[in-house]
Design a protein around this ligand. Structure first.
Ligand SMILES: Cc1cc2nc3c(=O)[nH]c(=O)nc-3n(C[C@H](O)[C@H](O)[C@H](O)COP(=O)(O)OP(=O)(O)OC[C@H]3O[C@@H](n4cnc5c(N)ncnc54)[C@H](O)[C@@H]3O)c2cc1C
Length: 469
């Protein structure tokens, strides 16, 4: 197995840690109770949760490449919750559900850790919390409205830190303020997703890799799925296709926008990181629209990412998403700004991937209108490492037709809102992205941004602050 064909540092590292990778392809027609299409976090958590609820269920996962080769094996590994999304959740789903979802997302952090411990998945999970900061004066106080609302509901897990503490514990003097929550951490996502694959198989889930779904014949019972060598007939289907969904299901073509998140990782420099005070596994996220996020690894590397760079026209899964980042200059500049003392540490790799940004910044789940036996989930908008565990709860509940908090949740009622069609969408996205870039670089340099850039930047507010896109 060639790990070198993948640009994600995490995914390569995870594949190299497996002694024997022999992907099994589907080569003969088959039938199954449940066919899950897509072997990322969402598909695998759904398979695992279905098996936990109904061990006798026959479950098949098909993955077009290797499990984890999508967003799940290449993200920043920041385990974040929905607490900073409370106001959006409240607006979309009402106060009670918003409170429940914030708490559920915090509980999910610990559920994932516990699952890994129970099943021997060493995914380098370090629940050392997360620090949301202001990395220039314009970002000061940006998190206050949501914290006030969380306070009102007595669900605020965030503590304000002094500027000195923020700087000393984040390894960077760029930060001017920060709030810390312990209900968070970091993970090596490639190890997590490959570990979930192993555990799912041990639980009796059948997984075929290098087996793309080329067609789904809807409105058939059972549903028919075509793959290059064989067909599948399934009583229930879960489409866990993330950024690939719009290409395969036209009804979602305006429900998400595919936008890159790009990242770099350094060679190990543990002593330097220790000197800078950045010793643990917390994630650090700043308060701009297309945030900077960074974290360390247990062997003393620093990973820094930034979202909102490449917007794909027509939501095509461009080859750009599978190559080293074409935005290394932007990443290098941010790295040098945050960590001038690390300027001589070599960059080991850069990579990128497509985030499926929804109109509300929240994922959505549901049943296909014309084929209710097919369920889907996508739109994590850059916050999916922890939230895909919740995705597994929702999708497994929908498959089993349970009546519970997950099937009754507003999250399970399909997409909320949509984006304009092309070419307006792409042109608008580039116009707004460039305005945000100019505005934020002016703010980084303590200059007053251009008035028009400020107005255009407001159009991105749907994207929500403190997202990883
Ligand atoms: C670069 C990047 C950085 C991110 N950073 C973070 C972060 O730090 N924290 C966070 O919380 N979230 C982050 N996210 C978001 C998070 O990674 C995703 O929300 C999450 O991994 C989604 O999981 P998934 O299983 O739904 O999708 P995926 O992991 O993308 O899985 C979908 C799978 O479907 C497969 N597939 C596609 N088409 C077919 C087909 N026709 N037939 C069969 N299989 C098919 C794909 O190969 C893929 O493996 C980031 C995302 C990206 C892209």
């Amino acid at each position: 197995m060639q790990s070198t064909q993948y640009s994600s540092f995490w995914f390569k590292e995870a594949l190299e840690s497996e002694s024997d990778i022999q992907p099994r392809k589907l080569e003969a027609n088959t039938t199954t109770d449940v066919c899950i299409v897509g072997g990322g976090f969402t598909g695998l958590w759904t398979a695992i949760q279905l098996k936990m609820k109904q061990p006798a269920l026959d479950i098949l996962v098909i993955e077009k490449d290797l499990c984890g080769s999508g967003a799940s094996g290449r993200n920043g590994g920041c385990m974040l919750t929905w607490s900073t999304k409370y106001l959006t959740l409240k607006k979309q789903y009402g106060e009670a559900e918003a409170i429940r979802l914030v708490k559920a997302s915090e509980a999910a952090v610990y559920e994932i850790e516990a699952f890994c411990k129970t099943h021997g998945i060493d995914a380098q999970i370090r629940l050392d919390g997360t620090l949301y900061t202001a990395s220039n004066r314009a970002q000061l106080g940006g998190i206050e409205p949501v914290l006030a609302a969380l306070d009102e509901q007595t669900i605020n897990t965030w503590q304000p830190w002094t500027k000195e503490k923020v700087q000393s514990e984040s390894g960077s003097n760029v930060h001017l303020e920060g709030h810390f929550s312990l209900a968070a951490g970091t993970v090596q996502p490639g190890l997590l997703v490959r570990g979930l694959k192993r555990v799912a198989e041990q639980m009796g889930v059948t997984i075929f890799e290098h087996t793309p779904m080329t067609e789904i014949q809807r409105q058939h019972t059972p549903v028919r799925i075509t793959t290059p060598c064989a067909n599948i007939q399934a009583n229930k289907v879960v489409l866990a296709l993330n950024a690939w969904t719009p290409a395969l299901l036209p009804e979602f073509k305006n429900s998400v926008v595919l936008v890159s998140s790009d990242m770099l990782i350094t060679e190990p420099a543990p002593d330097l990181l220790k000197n800078l005070g950045f010793r643990d596994g917390k994630s650090v996220i700043d308060g701009r629209t297309f945030v900077h996020y960074y974290r360390t690894t247990p062997d003393g590397r620093l990973m820094l990412g930034k979202g909102g760079n490449y917007f794909s026209f027509g939501n095509r899964m461009s080859a750009v998403f599978d190559q080293p980042s074409r935005y290394q200059t932007i990443l290098d500049a941010a790295f040098r700004r945050f960590f001038p003392a690390m300027h001589s540490v070599p960059v080991a790799a850069t990579w990128t991937g497509a985030s499926d940004r929804s109109a509300t910044g929240m994922p959505f789940f549901g049943r296909l209108t014309d084929t209710p036996s097919v369920v889907y989930g996508l739109g994590y908008s850059g916050n999916g490492v922890v939230q895909s565990w919740i995705g597994g709860q929702i999708l497994s509940s929908l498959v089993l037709e349970e009546d519970n908090d997950w099937t009754r949740s507003g999250l399970a009622s399909g997409p909320k809102g949509s984006f304009p069609p092309e070419p307006i969408r792409w042109l608008g996205a580039i116009l707004v992205r460039n305005a945000i870039r100019r505005k934020e670089s002016a703010e980084d340099e303590n200059r007053t941004p251009n008035w028009l850039d400020k107005q255009l930047s407001k159009l991105a507010n749907f994207a929500g602050k403190a997202d990883k896109v």
